[in-house]
Design a protein around this ligand. Structure first.
Ligand code: NZQ
Ligand code: ZN
Length: 389
């Protein structure tokens, strides 16, 4: 294990009925005005909005609404939210939704209290900051990003064509409420896309050094098996509480920093997908599904020992009669078969991205990370994009 320091400031409430039971007391210490932020309206259709609003009103809160947070939230939307928070004197930001709502809220919580331009002096220039963001609480309605228990937020600057994420511990939500029954109404495509995002977060962490025995990789293998098993069950029966609740916690565990302890981490696929998203607004999990198998065929020789373990310990493939390379490739093939089985795309074309899109510009705009088994070049990323077409 490499050295690490660990803290997670989010108090997490998990289980059926947790919003009803805890929301009022959790909101209590944060003043009178709650800014209730949400997406395009799914919470109005499935009853979550009514439930939350009633609890806040009964608790005597003034509720200011901030609806319409889009998938892949934009910096423009962040500024709109920050302005509203300042004008109304909101004392608590409550995000109800998925990664897009939670990330937008984290960025609002900074922009509402940051005296300077939050893009130029924050998102584009990461560093330590020493001010308290506006307090944030979240209620999760779709699993995948794990944003509920970390300080990370991914924001798209449409004008600059950059989608970028930062993780600041001060942005961890003060509290997170996770009731898996809230996810029953998530449409199948979004559910599997979120499911693949979970798997991607784990793989991006697992496929990195150290390779010697370490507990973080062991937890990752268990989480990958759980995600695969429970995603299959939730596809069969969207109201399978056991499957949905396992997926919900798999998602949180993948991104609450626990499996990252002592690890280097890769996340080059995320860099590539974020830039595809910045240029084309494609769905996050679906973009990752297209990229992962192709990317792994590029790097597996550099991390052969881990790719062999992945085949055997995650997919249950027998090593017998296979060379090391064959075993590693069989694991990647199993991943690709799973992507097809759950109905996610395996080509960029299926995401609506073809030769008319300037793939070179996208490849050139990708960050090159240093924690992967082999550092990418912009030329190799372009090759990967072209192989994904
Ligand atoms: O907008 P509404 O109407 O609410 O509909 C949403 C949206 O269309 C719908 N939905 C959510 N809960 C629902 C529901 N529909 C029916 N029933 C429910 N209970 O789901 C759709 C997608 O929501 P979104 O929040 O966009 O999805 P996701 O959670 O996948 O978030 C994606 C964003 O998070 C970023 C991604 O890049 C992307 O911008 N990420 C954030 C990370 C983080 N902060 O740690 C890490 C990730 O790697 C990722 O980059
Ligand atoms: Zn992701």
């Amino acid at each position: 294990m490499n050295n690490f320091i660990f803290e997670n400031a989010t108090k997490t409430y998990f289980g059926k009925g947790c919003v009803k039971e805890y929301l009022a007391s959790l909101a209590d210490p944060y003043g009178d005005t709650v800014m209730l932020a949400y997406g395009g309206g799914s919470i109005k259709r499935n009853g979550v909005y009514d439930e939350v609003r009633e609890i806040l009103e009964e608790a005597g809160k003034t509720v200011v609404e901030f609806p319409g947070i889009m998938a892949n939230p934009t910096y423009e939307k962040v500024l709109e939210g920050a302005k509203l928070a300042k004008e109304t004197g909101a004392s608590l930001l409550l995000g109800v939704g998925g990664g897009s709502v939670m990330d937008c809220c984290k960025a609002i919580s900074i922009a509402a209290r940051f005296g300077q331009d939050a893009w130029d002096n924050f998102w584009a220039r990461p560093g330590v900051f020493n001010f308290e963001p506006l307090p944030l609480g979240v209620i999760v309605t779709v699993t995948g990003t794990g944003s509920e228990m970390n300080g990370g937020a991914v924001i798209t600057n449409e004008e600059k064509k950059i989608k970028t994420g930062r993780d600041y511990p001060a942005c961890n939500p003060r509290f997170a409420l996770l009731d898996a029954t809230y996810t029953y109404t998530v449409p199948k495509f979004q559910m599997v896309s979120g499911g693949f995002d979970i798997l991607s977060h784990i793989m991006e962490t697992y496929f990195s050094k150290p390779d010697e025995d370490n507990v973080s990789d062991d937890i990752s293998e268990a989480l990958m098996r759980s995600t695969i098993r429970n995603l299959r069950l939730a596809i069969e029966n969207p109201e399978d509480y056991t499957a949905r609740s396992n997926l919900m916690w798999d998602s949180t565990m993948a991104e609450n920093r626990i499996i990252k302890l002592g690890k280097q981490m890769d996340f080059e696929c995320h860099q590539m997908e974020h830039q595809l998203g910045a240029y084309t607004n494609c769905n996050h999990g679906a973009g990752l599904a297209v990229l992962h198998p192709v990317y792994y065929r590029h790097i597996y020789r550099d991390g052969l020992a881990k790719f062999k373990k992945f085949a055997v310990n995650v997919w249950g493939i027998s090593a017998e009669g296979k060379t090391d390379e064959e075993l590693a490739l069989t694991g990647i093939e199993a991943l690709e078969d799973f992507i097809k089985e759950i109905g996610l795309p395996t080509t960029l074309r299926e995401l609506g991205i073809d030769e008319n899109v300037d793939l070179k510009a996208i490849a050139d705009s990708c960050n090159l990370v240093s924690g992967s088994y082999r550092k990418m070049t912009h030329e190799e990323i372009l090759e990967i994009f072209q192989e994904c077409l």
